[in-house]
Design a protein around this ligand. Structure first.
Ligand code: SF4
Length: 179
């Protein structure tokens, strides 16, 4: 992995912050999965969310198969009192996540990208009747894997609250640089 090249490429993107980390620093919690199950309307509706992604233990094993990770955060302006307006700011973050994933993958490593919310690539998800149409483009959300992203962000001093009318989004690009 050419970190100098990657950091130079990352510095050209509109990122609030990025940090490299070892995946053994990730904290997994059944509590996050409980929130998915009891509070998220996307639960059990698509391949990017639980229960399709497997148990938290299975997700943990999937993540830890990648020894390293890259946390990226972007901040977008929005009327945070308006949920729809806030969620609309997710699209540019997803595009940056796609770009960063491509930059990491271009170094010849395997990647697993976890991003925000649930998958919206298709107007109607095939779940649960047929396989995902775009498994190469589909990024499960960080929380779907039971990851406590606030704990990781705190390790790097990233505040979830960037300021009034600002939305902070996070993605994790996990990678294995031994291939
Ligand atoms: S890419 Fe399409 S089929 Fe796959 S999870 Fe997303 S919405 Fe569902």
């Amino acid at each position: 992995m050419n970190y100098d090249l990657l950091q130079s490429q990352l510095s050209e993107l509109p990122l609030l912050q990025y940090e490299f980390f070892d995946t053994d620093r990730l904290e997994f919690s059944e509590r996050i999965r409980y929130v998915c199950r009891t509070e998220c309307p996307m639960y059990n509706t698509n391949w990017a969310c639980p229960p399709a992604v497997g148990t938290v233990e299975e997700c943990r094993a999937r993540c830890l198969a990648f020894p390293h990770g890259l946390l990226i955060a972007t901040v977008q302006e929005a009327d945070t009192a308006n949920l729809e307006a806030s969620l609309a700011t997710r699209a540019p973050h997803e595009e940056i996540t796609r770009q960063v994933t491509a930059l990491v993958a271009a170094q010849g490593v395997h990647t697993l990208t976890l991003s925000t919310e649930s998958c919206v690539h298709c107007a109607h998800c095939t779940y649960p009747d047929a396989p995902c149409r775009h498994p190469d483009k589909m990024f499960p959300c960080v929380e779907s894997h039971g990851i406590v992203v606030t704990a990781l962000a705190e390790q790097f001093g990233i505040d979830f609250y960037a300021g009034a009318d600002l939305v902070t989004w996070f993605s994790l690009i996990l990678f294995d640089d031994h291939v």
